[in-house]
Design a binder for this molecule. Structure first.
Ligand code: GDP
Length: 139
């Protein structure tokens, strides 16, 4: 079921370089309403749980280490067609291939430290949002 919601994280490279405000501005200017928002330091265990689906990929250990290397900002976002439109707003995983005007084009440093996460399906958006926010925090 389409929920018109997606989930994002501002990743450690971007929070450490003071890009939280700039990225949230691009998100709001892109037409998304911020439903839920918090800054969190993930333990390696929590980061590993979040990226469990990537467990078999060669970069999994590096990704877990990176995602627990500094605070992240987690958010649930709302807009018509949220999942697909947010993937368009963030741009390609590899910033070298990200289109002009995208968040990753502006802020990402590498294929790993790529500034933001965006859910890839409605189902994952719901799972990922619930990973960080209780029902009474999603309004
Ligand atoms: P996304 O949906 O665009 O975030 O990309 P993926 O789901 O394919 O990968 C999840 C995250 O893993 C990416 O956002 C990157 O932070 C990281 N990642 C993806 N590909 C690579 C890679 O080849 N090397 C490394 N070190 N990290 C990667």
């Amino acid at each position: 079921m389409a929920t018109n919601r997606t989930f994002t994280m501002i990743k450690p490279d971007a929070t450490q370089e003071n890009h939280i405000g700039g990225i949230l501005s691009m998100i709001e200017e892109g037409g998304f309403r911020i439903v839920s928002l918090k800054k969190v330091l993930l333990t390696p265990e929590r980061a590993g749980q979040f990226y469990e689906v990537h467990k078999e990929r060669p970069f999994y250990q590096d990704l877990v280490k990176y995602m627990s290397s500094g605070p992240i900002v987690a958010a649930i976002l709302e807009k018509d067609n949220a999942v697909a439109d947010f993937r368009t707003l963030i741009g390609a995983t590899n910033p070298a291939q990200a289109a002009e005007g995208t968040i990753r084009k502006k802020y990402a440093k590498s294929i790993e430290a790529n500034a933001v996460h965006g859910s890839d399906s409605d189902e994952n958006a719901q799972i990922e949002g619930n990973f960080f926010f209780t029902a009474d925090e999603q309004f």
